[in-house]
Design a protein around this ligand. Structure first.
Ligand code: PHE
Length: 338
């Protein structure tokens, strides 16, 4: 009998201490001390039927257990009543809160902002131009005659309205800027461009370019190299090397393509750089005098350079994105990673 009482007491102590809900506490009180069939109540009531020699001891132990359980119930009641209001109303205030979904800038916007910032720090300001362009601004003024391969229908989306197209590069903004202001100019411009390409991991018919133009008295190819090297170091670190290769663009003379030493293998040769140690970044050159003439600048008075590059491509390199289509698909699983 004494063991049984101790068992009930222990059981009650555990249950009451663990109890976190006032209603459950009422049930516990009924279970152990309830007037009708409380476990201890029944034992106390049965004492009279016990052997006379056992009665005093059992009575004492059961009485003590009863007081103890009553005290534990009091204590638990006080504990539950002193909880903050929200907890009393049934909220568990110890649970972590639900985080509101945070919006963010798209990875392309982040890269574009970073590039714009890099150039703004050395005195470039932002210029803009339309995505639906005239053939004149996309080609003619950029010294691109009608029979140039870039004007082939396969490369360009022409609109039904005569003379309009979706710009194939941001070099259009060079023309628009120089039309609007006299030299000196030092602008960059970023935005969407379109070409009739079949999408795959590295091509898309919509892509993004950033263009730079610096025109003033005495601007040289050396200045161009300085700006591109500065860009490479800002983007990928001081150890990146830059090389220029002769190239042809109708609107620059001389023209060059520039490469950065592979940021993945540090120039050793790997899969990304096709074992060459170099990654092609984009095109640049000294503004062709024919372009100055088209916008009304005097090619004898000023010189300048222009450069352009694919933002998507830089983003792929910098953030390890292996498919250019990811930039345009609005897949949250991709977007939320950056
Ligand atoms: N517009 C050229 C292209 O899309 C890049 C370029 C820009 C080249 C400026 C020279 C100067 O490929």
């Amino acid at each position: 009998m004494l063991d049984r009482i101790e068992e009930i007491r222990k059981d009650a102590e555990q249950a009451i201490r663990a109890c976190a809900d006032p209603k459950a506490l009422d049930l516990l009180r009924a279970r152990y001390l309830g007037r009708g069939d409380g476990m201890l109540t029944e034992i106390l009531r049965g004492i009279g039927t016990l052997d006379a020699a056992l009665r005093p001891k059992v009575g004492e132990v059961a009485g003590r257990a009863k007081n103890e359980i009553a005290a534990l119930l009091e204590e638990a009641r006080a504990r539950l009543d002193s909880r903050p209001e929200a907890a009393q109303a049934g909220f568990d205030t110890t649970l972590p809160g639900r985080r509101p979904a945070l919006g963010r800038r798209h990875l392309l916007t982040q890269i574009t902002d970073e590039l714009v910032g890099i150039f703004e720090r050395i005195g470039f300001s932002l210029a803009d131009g339309p995505e639906v362009e005239t053939e004149y601004h996309n080609f003619d003024a950029l010294n691109t005659p009608a029979d140039h391969p870039a004007r082939d229908l396969h490369d360009t989306f022409y609109l039904e309205e005569g003379g309009l197209l979706l710009r194939t590069h941001t070099s259009t903004v060079q023309v628009r800027t120089m039309e609007q202001m006299p030299p000196p100019v030092r602008v960059i411009s970023a935005g969407r461009c379109y070409r009739r390409d079949t999408p795959d991991a590295t091509h898309h018919f919509v892509f993004h370019q950033i263009e730079g133009l610096w025109v003033d008295k005495g601007v040289t190819f050396g200045d161009l190299k300085g700006v591109i090297i500065y860009l490479a170091h800002q983007l990928f670190g001081e150890e990146v090397q830059v090389r220029f290769r002769p190239h042809f663009f109708p609107f620059t003379e001389p023209s060059a393509e520039y490469d950065f030493s592979c940021i993945f293998c540090k120039g050793e040769g790997c899969r990304v750089c096709k074992r060459t140690g170099w990654i092609e970044i984009a095109g640049a050159g000294m503004v062709d005098p024919a372009v100055f003439e088209a916008v009304g600048y005097d090619p004898e008075a000023v010189t300048g350079f222009a450069f352009g590059m694919g933002i998507d491509r830089l983003g792929m390199l910098k953030y390890g994105v292996d498919d250019i289509r990811a930039f345009l698909e609005s897949d949250l699983r991709f977007i939320e990673q950056f």
